[in-house]
Design a protein around this ligand. Structure first.
Ligand code: ADP
Length: 217
């Protein structure tokens, strides 16, 4: 919270200083203030959501749900953003895969991971979404692979902590809450979320979301 607040203080001070009297500079400062306020609003909403999920106030209704449809919902929300930067999003999900999920919450978790994949992908990059049933028949795993900068080994677990933002995300907008929400949602589903770095020479990150199968014994 302090980072955007400090930025706002500085921007407001600059706007009041002689430099801020120049109309073009003032417009630029105003738009930066707007962006910082957007970050603060987003952070407030996400904190409220996280608290609701953690405290169990947000009721999660688990129903047998077709994973391919949940993924489609999440992808649709990001389609424009990906298209603008010519990022290809490709999903290969067997149509028969069913998981126990609260469709809204699950779409939200998948959406947060996809949003990051888009955010960290280079223009023209590719995002692959896959899913498969685990051999035990109890679980279904979804993976999201991108060709962005990847994640340093010592950050692989920390990125799921609230407010954690990696060095490589400097300059990209964000709150550091997205993945904390993902992990909470997956755990509330009786599943888990984790990340890996791709093996060189490939570059990028792989996020795994594991759900309970709707057909578990
Ligand atoms: P935010 O994206 O708002 O910073 P998140 O909780 O969604 O917050 O992510 C936390 C951190 O995890 C990011 O700041 C970034 O360092 C790292 N991260 C998340 N997704 C990716 C990705 N696809 N590629 C590389 N780093 C990522």
């Amino acid at each position: 919270l302090r980072t955007p607040l400090t930025a706002l203080r500085l921007l407001a001070d600059t706007l009041q200083a002689p430099a801020g009297q120049d109309p073009a500079t003032a417009r630029d400062l105003a738009s930066k203030i707007g962006a910082e306020v957007d970050t603060l609003s987003q952070m407030t909403l996400e904190m409220l959501d996280l608290t609701a999920i953690e405290s169990g106030r947000q009721v999660i209704r688990l129903m047998p749900s077709r994973l391919v449809e949940v993924v489609r919902t999440a992808m649709e929300r990001l389609g424009d953003q990906a298209a603008r930067r010519e990022i290809r999003m490709e999903a290969e999900i067997p149509a028969e895969l069913e998981v126990l999920a609260d469709v809204d919450q699950a779409a939200r978790a998948i959406g947060n991971v996809l949003h990051n994949a888009v955010k960290f992908s280079p223009d023209g990059g590719a995002i692959e979404i896959r899913a498969w049933p685990e051999a035990d028949g109890e679980q279904v795993t979804l993976s999201v692979t991108d060709d962005g900068p990847g994640i340093p080994p010592d950050e692989l677990d920390r990125i799921f902590e609230r407010f954690f933002r990696g060095d490589r995300s400097r300059g990209t907008p964000g709150t550091g809450l997205g993945l904390a929400i993902v992990r909470h949602i997956l755990r509330a589903h009786g599943g888990e979320a984790w990340a890996e770095d791709r093996q060189p020479p490939q570059r990028g990150a792989i996020f795994y979301l594991r759900f309970r199968s709707a057909h578990a014994a």
